[in-house]
Design a protein around this ligand. Structure first.
Ligand code: GLC
Length: 789
């Protein structure tokens, strides 16, 4: 049996929680993230990538040439040159791409380590951002693995960006006239005359020379594979008065056989040159770099230790204990802003996206969920809807791509409802009821409590209903591309009706806990569900939406888009459907949309544009929202199946999109250790190809699906619920979960079919499936759950 996650390009090292890339020429750059939402960036398996401080558009540190050839450049490079022979190479393979004798890249939580050996010189580069630091470190270790002394020169390379990354790409004459890079005492400093912000690049060892200017370093009509400075072995030692600034420091190294040397490079951005000097000095202290790396590891270990599981399925465990929560936290930090697909120039953070990102992280980083939710509630308007997107540094909100169609609604029907759902999840996890009294301003005025913000969110949707009594869709619902309202104010979202019901039921439960009036929420949920039942059942599944003319979308009578998966899963999640209809809807979904690599979002896809749905039909058949396998929506299928008691379907659907099971990398193309946003659907010529890895709501939702629905460990206001929906092939599992400061040791055993659970808490039988909160002072609870119908 091959190890979990093995592909022709790498394997998963479970003990180190690292994905090990064994060949540099992966089908696409397989990337990782460094940094925690402050300073950070992406780093690929060949050292490619870019950095920024909090906001990749407004505070960019280094450049990347998106979608260019050669691919995945520039990055964080160190060239090595043998001073005797003149031969030079990159231990990260790129950008020189000289074949190495040995290569290995290890992506871990918050760090990447790339080792490359050539001609008995073993090099290792470790990239990471120390917790809360305004900079990143590259630790280069070189070892002479041969038998003769060697004389080498190393040349670092990073291309610096003017901090406004959009101007850096768009206004080349201006940006390059004003951005200067100079050398002072072994540090390169880049800034303009009018902004004190200073990008800095330095190292722990005295350089023998430097280059600050790209053109001088690379030479005319050359590229990063053969820069003139490296070829000649001579840095220019000249400042860059204007143009393309770089961080290139040259070091001379004499290595006896077996000798090892270390150089630590520091790249970052500070308020001014003094701030830069302080950051650089901090990592020159002996032991500071090792201590910073140890702190980073400890921080991630603590985060990952909040939920640990052991099941009969190693791929499930590898995801749930490692890369899935790593991806969740990364996604929470950078939303959909900066990746190998999102350039960090455009959209900013998404309101709905960030709200959903808290769902998969709230158990392990509740403070961060609190901070995120509070920031998101500030994007709400007094009428209850919220900005669709925002820039984290400036706070500037936007309506996203709705702006391209000013005559259409300038709001999305789901943003504010996700805030309600995510806030309730936060409260169930933390029990922090005082949060509801926290006062937060609206975008357009006064301050009110979070509770009042939630009421206004519901009120917006209640007040904006269409002819069937369903929520108006606005510019779109969760599916960004379903643009049905072309100014009529009448198009409706069936899916959003179901989402509204989920929000209402969550609010009703919360109100009940607080002794507040809950019936109003329940009544509106009943009314909405009744409208869905009356108008949206199409005989074997639910319709997806209604257009401007009240004509349904996603029904059997249509030629295209006859069925859409979201209402079939959300009729269960939103508890709108009677059991038989839910069952039929899920069955229809699998029948019409199921494939071995996941469930397609809709079928048949549009082919050749359709003004009625606008955005969806701009994609070719089988791509993205037009019939692709949208992994995010697949996670909802897992939740729905488990909630409905279809244990084996839940597990089967979970595994269909599990990236660690995709060993066909030359077809899948993307990273096997994190979820991608979409996989080309069965109607696409590249069926099975993954796209847009890393920053996707799939991360949080698959984590919720696996931990809360398949394993069934769900926080409630009264305690931890243990309600697994285990696959029939499993005989049980064990888990450790921290909940409200208490460590729960959970052992679940299957003693018979069905999902009914009997609980023993610290050896004492407890009725029901909720483990009551222990008395204060207890920090450890042991649970035995036995499943038998
Ligand atoms: C993308 C967007 C997300 C949207 C989804 C479906 O993932 O980031 O906001 O819900 O597409 O259209």
């Amino acid at each position: 049996m091959t190890a979990v996650g093995s592909t022709p390009y790498g394997w998963f090292d479970e003990s180190a929680r690292e994905y090990v890339v064994t060949r540099p020429d992966t089908p696409t750059p397989w990337i990782n993230y460094i940094g925690e939402g402050g300073y950070g960036g992406i780093v690929s398996n060949t050292g490619g990538g870019y950095s920024f401080d909090r906001d990749p558009r407004n505070r960019r540190v280094s450049r990347y040439r998106y979608n260019a050839i050669p691919a995945d450049q520039p990055g964080r490079y160190v060239y090595l040159r043998d001073q005797e022979t003149g031969a030079f190479w990159s231990p990260t393979w790129q950008p020189v791409r000289r074949p190495l004798d040995a290569y290995e890249c290890r992506h871990g939580a918050g760090y990447t380590r790339i080792a490359g050996e050539l001609d008995a010189i073993a090099a290792e580069l470790l990239y990471f951002v120390p917790p809360a630091a305004p900079c990143e470190l590259w630790r280069l270790r070189l070892r002479n693995a041969g038998v003769r002394p060697r004389r080498l020169r190393s040349f670092s390379y990073v291309e610096l960006s003017y901090p406004d990354a959009l101007a850096d790409q768009q206004n080349l004459d201006w940006a390059q006239h004003i951005f200067r890079t100079r050398h002072e005492d072994g540090t390169l400093l880049a800034c303009t005359e009018f902004r004190p912000d200073t990008t800095f690049f330095s190292s722990s060892a005295e350089p023998v020379g430097f280059d600050a200017d790209r053109e001088r370093f690379v030479g005319r009509w050359r590229d990063l594979a053969d820069p003139i400075a490296v070829e000649l072995g001579e840095p220019s030692n000249e400042d860059s008065p204007r143009g393309n600034g770089i961080g290139s420091l040259c070091h001379e190294l004499e290595l006896a056989p077996g000798e090892e040397r270390e150089i630590v490079y520091v790249l970052g951005i500070a308020g001014d040159a003094d701030g830069a000097a302080r950051a650089v000095a901090a990592y020159r202290e002996p032991g500071a770099v090792d201590a910073a790396f140890a702190a980073l590891r400890a921080d991630w270990d603590a985060y990952l230790a909040r939920f640990v599981v052991a099941t009969p399925d190693p791929a499930f465990d590898a995801m749930v204990d490692g890369w899935n929560p790593i991806q969740c936290r990364t996604t929470l930090h950078w939303s959909r802003f900066a990746s190998a697909y999102e350039t960090g120039l455009g959209r900013g953070m998404g309101t709905r996206d960030s709200a959903q990102d808290t769902l998969g992280t709230v158990h392990a980083a509740p403070e961060r969920a609190h901070e995120t939710l509070t920031r998101l509630w500030r994007l709400q308007f007094l009428d209850g809807h919220a900005w669709h997107q925002f820039f984290p540094l400036t706070g500037e909100g936007s309506v996203g791509h709705a702006a391209e169609r000013p005559a259409w609604p300038q709001w999305f029907c789901d943003d504010h409802l996700w805030l309600v759902i995510a806030t309730c999840a936060y409260l169930r996890e933390t029990g922090h009821a005082a949060y509801l009294e926290q006062r937060v301003p609206y975008e357009d005025g006064v301050e009110e409590t979070i509770w009042e913000h939630m009421l206004r969110a519901i009120e917006f949707t209640r007040a904006h209903r269409g002819p069937h009594g369903l929520p108006r869709i606005g510019f779109a619902d969760w599916d960004d591309t379903l643009n049905l309202d072309h100014g009529s104010g009448r198009a409706e979202s069936v899916w959003c009706a179901m989402q509204l019901c989920r929000a209402l039921l969550d609010l009703a439960e919360l109100a009940g806990e607080l002794g507040r009036e809950a019936e109003g929420f329940r009544a509106l949920a009943r009314e909405t569900a009744a409208a869905v039942e009356e108008h949206c059942w199409d005989g074997a599944w639910y319709a997806r939406a209604f257009d401007d003319d009240g004509r349904p979308v996603g029904v059997a009578a249509e030629e295209r888009h006859r069925i859409n998966m979201n209402p079939q899963t959300w009729c269960v999640i939103g508890e709108t459907a009677p059991s038989e209809r839910a069952e039929r809807a899920l069955r229809s979904m699998e029948e019409h949309l199921g494939t071995e690599l996941g469930i397609a979002l809709l079928d048949p896809p549009y082919d050749g544009g359709d003004e009625r749905v606008a955005g969806t039909a701009t994609y070719p058949p089988g791509a993205k929202e037009n019939g692709g396998i949208f992994c995010h929506a697949n996670a909802w299928a897992v939740v729905a199946a488990a909630k409905h008691g279809w244990n084996d379907a839940a597990y089967d659907w979970y595994r269909r999109i599990l990236p660690l099971l995709r060993d066909d990398s030359d077809r899948y193309l993307v990273e096997p250790y994190v979820y991608c946003q979409n996989v080309c659907g069965p109607t696409h010529p590249q069926f099975g190809m993954g796209r847009n890895a890393w920053l996707t709501g799939t991360a949080s939702w698959t984590y919720v699906a696996a931990t809360q629905w398949i394993l069934g460990i769900r926080p409630t206001y009264r305690g931890l619920r243990i309600a697994p929906a285990l696959p029939s092939a499993w005989d049980g599992f064990t888990a450790r979960r921290l909940f409200r400061g208490v460590a729960y040791e959970i052992a679940v055993e299957r003693a018979g079919p069905g999902n009914a659970v009997s609980l023993e808490v610290d050896g004492v039988a407890v009725a029901g499936d909720v483990v009551p909160l222990p008395p204060p002072g207890r920090d450890r609870v042991s649970i035995r759950a036995t499943i038998a119908s």
